[in-house]
Structure formats: C-alpha cells, structure tokens
Design a protein around this ligand. Structure first.
Ligand SMILES: [Zn+2]
Length: 657
C-alpha cells in the first residue's frame, strides 16, 4: 500500500505537463505489488478462510477502503486526469487510450473526486464504515452456514434421498464429529437436492426454514441492523455525490444507465413469470391431491412436487441423468467447446510446475492452434470448510501488453462434494450448467486482447459481464457435447438422444419458479436502493414490497435480504442484481444469432463474438460492442421465448426506438 501511494504521489507531483503516458498509462503501471498481494488476500478470503484470517479481514477491510479513497481523492492527481480528459490532444490517442482516459476520469468523478474537502472526508468515513459492515455481513452468513446444520440420527430421516446424497451427508457428518449419522449442510448445493428429494415434509420444512433464515436468527450473527446501517450510509453517500439515490449513482456506468430502464425490463418479465407460477402450482397441487397428501403447496414443497411433475410430464428423472454427467468428462467437454469455437487448447501441467494454494487445485496451460502460450486456467472444484458456498471465477492476473505482453491467469471455483478415491464424481444438470457458466467467465479472461489491464477481460460493466457466462451454458446441451462428453460412468455409452431431447424440452419447465425466485430478489434489491434516506427495517420492507408485487406465496426470494451477499458483502452488485436478466436478454439474442446462421458452431458468428465482445473487454462501450457483433440492439423477444413465456405482438420497449 505504501509503495502504491509513493507511485501515485510521483505521478501527481510530476513537473512535466500532464499527458496520457505520464498520467493515465502511469496509473495502470502503479500498484502492481498491491495487485499481486490482493489476489492472494482474495483467495484466503473466499477459499481458505479461518478464524485467524477473518480477524485479518476485520482489521484490513477499513484500511483498504481508506487506501482507495486516498487515491481517488488526491486532488493533484485528479487535476492531471481531468487535464488529459479535456485536452484536445486526446483526439489523437488510439480508441483504447481514449476509452481508458474516459474510464479513469469517470471512475474518479463517480467516487467523489470533484467534491469539496468536507464532503470528501465524509465519503471516506462512510466507505470505511461500510467496509467493516460488509465484512461482518459475510462472516455472519459463513457462521450460519458452517454451524446451523440438520443432523439426522435415524435412517427414517433419509426417505426419498438418492444414494449419492446420503453418502455425501454421511461423509459431512463424520467430518463434523457426528460419525454414524447424516448431516445436511446449510448451503445451496446441499439444501436444494434435499428439498427436491426428501419425502419427509417435516424435515423439508426444517431445512428450508434454516436456509432462508440465515442472517435472520435474532442472535449474534443477525444481519438486520447491519443492513439498516448499510442502506442509510449508501443513501447519504449518494446524496453527497449528487444523486437522488444509491441506485441512481450505481447505474450511471452500466448498460441500463438508469433504474427506470432496469425496472422496465424486470417488469416486462415479472407478470408473465408470475402467471406461469400459478400454472405450475396448480399442476403440483393436483399431483399432491391425487396422492391424497392432504396439503396445500408451501415453499418447502415446491422443488419436491416440481420434480414429480417433471417425471410425470417428461418421463425424466434427475437420477437417470446424473450417471451421464461426470465432472471430469464435462470439463473435457468445456475444453473441447473452447477449442472448436475459439481455437483454445488446454494441457494440464504436472503438479508442482506452478504454485497452487491447495492440493485440490489443478492447472492447465492454454495455447492457440499455432502453439503460442495464451494463459493459465486454475480449477478448484471441491467444497471444504472455510470456502464460501456457490461457484465463481477469479482473474488472478488480467491480460495486458502496454509494457510488454503479460498473459492472463484465471480460475474457476465450485463446491462439488468430493467422491471416494477412484470413483467418478457425478453431478446434476444444474451443476453441469454452472460449470459451463463459470468457464464462460474464464474464456472472457483468457481471450482478452487489450493493451491496458484496467480494461482487460471481465473488467466490463455488471450488466454486460454475465453475457459470456450465461451464453456458454447453451453449448452444454448441444448434441455434439452430449454425444462426446455426457458418457455413462459405468457403460461408457453416450446419453441416448431420447433422453437428451427430453432434457432440452425441459429447458422451459419450471421457468416460472426460476424467474420469480430470481426476479423477486432483483426487484427488492432495486427498491431497497431507491428508498433514499427513508430508514429501512429489512423484514418489514421485504414483506410489504413483495406483497405489493403480488409475490406468489409458494416461493421465497432466491436471496432473502438478511443473506443477500451480492448486495451487502460489497457494493459490487448493489442495485445490480438485475444484471443477470439484462445479460440474459443479450444471451438469448446472441444464441438466436448462432441459430439464424445455421447452428451453435457457426464459425463466422463465433469469430465476430470473439472479436467484438470477448476479446474487447472494456475497450469499447458495451452498447457499441454488442451492436458491432449483432448489427443492431438486442431485443427482449428471444428472452421471453427462451423461458417459454408468451411474446407480446408489439413490444413497446422496442417499438419506441
Ligand atoms: Zn456469472
């Protein structure tokens, strides 16, 4: 940190008149040691967390926030950035250099570079307090996930569960000092299969309650007071920065640009999704009635009865699909897809060739067809204590070339349950999609072809960054990938076409649930951050907002407010959870481009996608980048069609332009 501040001071105090090289490029050269240390710090935080490291985080988070403010609030530095930004000489820079200049200037202004000294002090104090609150929020969730578990002591509690789940639950119990019993972990990857298969309704309710009440238990790890304070601080900061609300401030530098445009898209999808949920619930209720269950469908029944409807309607059963989905084969399928579309070749490095932080981590070298080095791909697939739940991609080192070529290093991380030695690890269809999703983020990191690291790879705006990832999920269900890589772990046979076809048919199945579960969270996020300086009591706000939206009683938000890590463990996705839907509109439209050209492997579309989107990073405005790829803006119709919702005859959103 001291080294970076010394470098920043040297740039700010440079006696030479400000120009691109001595100011804007120099900033991309500063802080290299801190960047490297931050990568390691991030790995400890997300993948190797211990009580000792959590104490380090509590100490360092406010200090790091203060450090960032020292840079963006440096008046002499900002004067130089502004001078380059406003200089007529800017017109003779390359387009990427102009974009970087704009990016630097905009980032500084949005962070408060133009404020007076008093306001700057207040913003810096708010940022330090927020950093402490974000850390506390995340650590509270980790505590509830690590310690609030369902221990099953009697085999009757296992009714309906698949063998593989029971084996995992037994291993998890042994690891936690309950040998001979079974433990259902309080994480999504354990809770969702339990809710899908357990025929013990009482236990389903218990597991569901524990999961949706993470951070909301009224104990030492309760997040409600933290949320109220975060929202108040964000509202105050937005006011200081000259915006009506935090949402208005956050959406400045996005594709949507205003909360209104993000709300417009969400509302266009909300009504058809809710209508579909009522149909789905009716289907489930009639199965429950036919069984004589004597129940009304509750949230802890949804996944269980949806699975029964799926079996009845499509004659398909998740347990018939799983034997074809081996994690090692799927990984080969991802690599094959990357080669066929973009000419990327993956070769595993022998252990010890490059450093790794845990023995589970494996590394591949990526080369182009001419054998030139492209980058490194790290994979950390398994769950363990101290690793946060879910799946994510990290750019350990972004690509750049302005001071000589530096190739990218990227990683994919997930929480699969490790199998017995020598046994293949089988995953469900959703998990297989998640593998491809994160790999899509990795591809954007690997294909990056820019000069300056600040604009490289996944350093694009939030509502554009999920395009490569959500798009890559589509290649999993192609005939080619399933034939070659969805191989039965015992017989070695590829997935039968009939089963694959049924799987494709089920793509629109249960989309009411998936869309409402997601969208309710996205809408609550936006409304929380549009509330301005009105103090927010999270429980009441969530309840009244959902009631006003007409939230179906059978569904709960994908992330309830007290556990909404996306929006309360940092600013990153705050007023930004809508981004997945925004990106998905682009994804559906991009996939339509492949289909119009003849299929998922069309070389010309793949080349355009690579050039205009994947390799471009943040060197172009995303609207322009997408238009250069597609020849026009994305429309919402392919998105509605992809989810199986009715497409309005004339969409007002597109009719206006
Ligand atoms: Zn993603």
């Amino acid at each position: 940190m001291a080294e970076q501040l010394a470098e920043i001071d040297a740039i700010a105090a440079n006696p030479a008149p400000p120009d691109f090289g001595n100011t804007i490029a120099a900033l991309d050269r500063a802080g290299r040691t801190l960047n490297r240390v931050s990568t390691i710090y991030g790995i400890y935080s997300s993948s190797l967390s211990t009580p000792e490291f959590q104490a380090v985080e509590r100490e360092m988070a406010p200090k790091l926030a203060a450090h960032r403010d020292l840079i963006v609030q440096n008046a002499a530095l900002f004067q130089r950035i502004e001078a380059v930004y406003e200089s007529p000489a800017k017109a003779s820079l390359t387009p990427e250099q102009q974009r970087l200049t704009w990016h630097r200037y905009t980032t500084f202004v949005l962070a408060g570079a133009k404020l007076d000294e008093t306001a700057k002090k207040e913003v810096a104090a708010i940022n330090q307090r927020l950093a402490a609150l974000f850390t506390a929020f995340g650590q509270n969730i980790l505590a509830d996930e690590d310690h609030r578990l369902l221990v099953i002591g009697d085999a009757a509690g296992l009714a309906g569960l698949p063998e593989s789940f029971i084996a995992g639950a037994a291993a998890a119990a042994a690891e936690r000092g309950h040998a001979g019993k079974w433990v259902v972990l309080n994480t999504r990857s354990s809770v969702e299969p339990f809710l899908t298969y357990s025929s013990r309704r009482d236990l389903r309710e218990q597991v569901w309650q524990t999961f949706v009440n993470r951070g909301d238990e009224g104990d030492a790890h309760d997040n409600n007071a933290i949320i109220t304070e975060i929202l108040a601080l964000r509202a105050r900061r937005a006011k200081l920065l000259g915006y009506p609300t935090h949402a208005h401030w956050r959406l400045q530098n996005t594709m949507a640009k205003t909360p209104g445009r993000a709300m417009e898209l969400m509302e266009a999808v909300w009504a058809p999704a809710v209508a579909r949920v009522h149909e789905e619930v009716a289907d489930m209720q009639s199965i429950a009635d036919a069984e004589g269950a004597g129940i009304r469908i509750e949230p802890w029944d949804y996944r269980y009865y949806a699975e029964k409807v799926r079996k009845a309607r499509f004659d398909i059963d998740e347990n018939a699909v799983k034997p074809y989905l081996q994690i090692d084969k799927l990984r080969e399928g991802m690599f094959w897809t990357a080669d066929r579309l973009f000419g990327l070749r993956f070769t595993e490095l022998a252990p010890g060739t490059v450093p790794v932080y845990h023995p589970d981590v494996r590394v591949w070298e990526v080369k182009d067809p001419a054998g030139r080095h492209v980058g490194l791909f790290y994979l950390d697939p398994f769950a363990r204590m101290g690793k946060r739940s879910g799946a994510w991609m990290n750019a350990y080192r972004p690509q750049e070339r302005f001071d000589g070529e530096i190739p990218p290093i990227v990683s994919n991380n997930s929480n699969f349950v490790e199998g017995a030695p020598g046994e293949p690890i089988l995953v469900g269809w959703d998990d297989a999609k998640t593998l491809f999703h994160e790999f899509g983020h990795a591809l954007q990191g690997l294909l990056s072809n820019v000069s300056y690291p600040s604009l490289a790879g996944t350093a694009v705006v939030r509502d554009y960054v999920e395009l490569p990832s959500q798009l890559t999920e589509h290649w999993l269900s192609t005939r080619e990938v399933l034939d070659l890589f969805a191989i039965h772990y015992r017989t070695g046979e590829p997935m039968p076409e009939a089963l694959a076809a049924r799987l494709r048919e089920t793509e629109t199945f249960n989309q009411g649930f998936a869309t409402v579960e997601y969208l309710s969270a996205a809408l609550v996020d936006m409304k929380l951050h549009l509330a301005g300086e009105t103090p927010v009591e999270p429980d009441a706000f969530e309840r009244t907002t959902l009631a006003a939206l007409g939230m179906p009683a059978e569904i709960v938000m994908r992330h309830r407010t007290p556990q909404f890590m996306h929006i309360f463990s940092s600013d990153a996705y705050s007023a930004g959870y809508y981004s997945y839907l925004w990106s998905d509109k682009l994804v559906a439209d991009t996939w339509a481009a492949f289909m119009e050209a003849g299929g998922p492997w069309d070389a010309a579309v793949a080349r355009r996608l690579r050039e205009k989107v994947l390799s471009a990073g943040n060197t172009v405005d995303p609207d322009e980048g997408y238009r250069a790829f597609r020849g026009r803006d994305a429309s919402v119709e392919p998105l509605l069609r992809q989810r199986g919702f009715p497409v309005p005859a004339a969409n007002p959103a597109t009719a206006r332009r």
